[in-house]
Ligand binder design. Sequence first.
Ligand SMILES: Nc1ncnc2c1ncn2[C@@H]1O[C@H](COP(=O)(O)OP(=O)(O)O)[C@@H](O)[C@H]1O
Ligand SMILES: [Mg+2]
Length: 384
Amino acid sequence: MQKKRRLFAFVFDPGMTTEDRVSKIELKSIQKLYRSLKVIHGIDLTVNDGEFLALVGPSGCGKSTLLRMIAGLEEISAGEIAISGTVVNDLGPKQRNIAMVFQNYALYPHMTVRDNISLNLKLSNVPKAEIGKRVEEAAQLLDIKSLLDRRPAQLSGGQRQRVAMGRAIVRNPAVFLFDEPLSNLDAKLRVQMRSEIKSFHQKVKTTSIYVTHDQIEAMTLADRIVVLNAGRIEQVGTPIELYETPKNTFVASFIGSPAMNLFEATVKDGENGSLIAITGGGLSVELPRAIRTSAGNSITVGIRPEHIKLTGEGFKLPATIAHVEPTGAQSHLMIDCNGTTMTAVVDDIVRLAPGAAVNFHVNPDKIHVFSKADGTRLPSGING
Ligand SMILES: Nc1ncnc2c1ncn2[C@@H]1O[C@H](COP(=O)(O)OP(=O)(O)O)[C@@H](O)[C@H]1O
Ligand SMILES: [Mg+2]
């Protein structure tokens, strides 16, 4: 097995050494009912050892419920959870060797940072010298050494979040669970903490599940992403897989920012054996050569804003500018294409007045095609 760098030279379970501890999480047919209301509908998922997995989905889809069941804070209505090969259904949170970082990281206001971080270790009767060593190491890693004697009120939001991380780290858990840990921070700090969490994981390689409703956070942090919708998994894949080949319109519109343009159309035969899609308003777009559909079918067409370009290859997309939103490095253009409103994202600042007529360019191979009936991605290529 690949050797992993661990934070501390000890583990809680004396039967294992630091290097051979494997923390794989396996969920089998997990269900959750609150009274008669089913909120998790049978989840099957394996989180690999050392993996950083993001669980993403809209508010209320069951992310926290699923995470809390893994942590042992919420009872499982049906199914099985195994950590490192051991079924933990009947084990309490303390016995699962898991550390959780929440959005609301309640620190004890009357205690110093050092005491906040070490409290759990003291309660577990870890020897004093050992506690001191672990707190120092965690503080070093999180760059909060100079803050150890302060109280929470004397810290910024980002520093408090780091202390909350420290409290989780010193326990040297087999698994980290994060539940929207950055939601309370302002936008700039969120980006900074996001990158710190990423480099932290690269150092310690502890198996982690990170819950967020923010798809950009999921895309930037995760080895793999699970898209959850109303208690069901829509798709599991790497960030690039979800971006390039979303399995359905839900994932297509959830992953990517600004969101993919989606509109309904009918398939028609084009020139030289090509296929085109035509909307009720008369907008016509060329479909990828490899797509498996035929004239007369009702489809939902998806075009990512960044694939609508001012210059370049591909078919022409005639449009009228509705308005322009400059962001600095890029401009977001709201455009009208024969009655279909779309967003285009182009590089740099563009000076286009509302009402201007522009021919955009779209590479047909970048177009996504879904069944209108059930929203699933249509197969393409010889092997589908
Ligand atoms: N203790 C509870 N009792 C009843 N319903 C709950 C409880 N906790 C959560 N729910 C419901 O379960 C669903 C999933 O909630 P949650 O897991 O918190 O979603 P998320 O974290 O994705 O926003 C929601 O519809 C929520 O209202
Ligand atoms: Mg939640």
